[in-house]
Ligand binder design. Structure first.
Ligand SMILES: [Zn+2]
Length: 251
């Protein structure tokens, strides 16, 4: 199994062991906002920590950890251009598989500008992006996101994350892949199963988005278990819990 979006730096060592025992073999940790990233050096140090410390902590528990690097919309440093200038070099590390998580939170002009610049970079370098959709004003923000994405990147390289029933209709016809975040306060394993029952499994990747907010390191295995109980076959389960992520991130 692959948990396609976590925040390894916020979790204890023991979570990796739990995940490995439950059958997770690979996972992707996304750069985010563990601190107010007032200056670019903090963002760059954060990414470096993911690459050096957290890949090692996961490895010691038998999990292969990949990294996505970028500027989270909740934590844009005042000299953010310095992060963008450093990204091409960071992306040369084969552990870094995408730019992310990026997106918008409140939809401010600065957020949109930083998002556009990162999308353009990803398009130029031909690498995937993970797009964060916020909890608040989710539908409105998703509409803005879709407009920004359109003109700036080949949409087959986009993963729109934290999809729920509120926005599924906005995004299901879009060419992008879609992330289902199974987490307390987002969607339950049962809701994820219902979404996949209605829309099929081709477009979806599963993730826990474990962070310092309430979250469950076993939410992907629990969703897989629920799928089995609800009659999904092995090949469908394998695709949504591994193959789709392997193909999208080339891991
Ligand atoms: Zn996240």
């Amino acid at each position: 199994m692959i948990d396609a979006h976590i925040h390894a730096d916020t979790r204890p060592y023991e979570d990796f062991e739990k995940m490995a025992i439950a059958g997770i073999e690979k996972t992707i940790t996304c750069a985010h906002d563990p601190l107010p990233m007032k200056v670019s050096t903090v963002t760059l140090e954060h990414i470096q920590r993911l690459l050096e410390v957290d890949t090692q902590r996961a490895k010691e528990n038998g999990i292969r950890l990949y990294v996505t690097a970028g500027i989270h919309p909740r934590s844009i440093p005042r000299d953010y251009k310095n992060v963008i200038e450093n990204l091409p070099q960071i992306l040369e590390n084969k552990r870094v598989v995408a730019i992310g998580e990026i997106g918008i939170e409140k939809g401010t002009q600065v957020e949109i500008k930083v998002l556009k610049e990162q999308l353009e970079l990803a398009d130029r370098l031909k690498i995937p992006v993970i797009i964060h959709t916020p909890r608040k004003n989710k539908k409105k923000m998703t509409k803005i996101l879709l407009q920004v994405i359109e003109g700036h990147i080949d949409t087959s390289r986009v993963l729109i994350d934290h999809i729920n029933t509120e926005i599924i209709k906005e995004v299901i016809e879009h060419e992008s892949m879609l992330g289902l975040t199974i987490q307390p306060g987002k969607i339950t394993p049962f809701e994820a199963v219902m979404i996949m029952r209605e829309y099929g499994i081709d477009k979806f990747l599963l993730n826990s988005d474990i962070s310092s907010a309430p979250s469950d390191p076993l939410s992907v295995p629990k969703t897989v278990h629920k799928m089995r109980l609800e009659g999904f076959n092995d090949s469908e389960i394998l695709r949504v819990s591994s193959k789709n992520a392997e193909k999208f991130f080339k891991i």
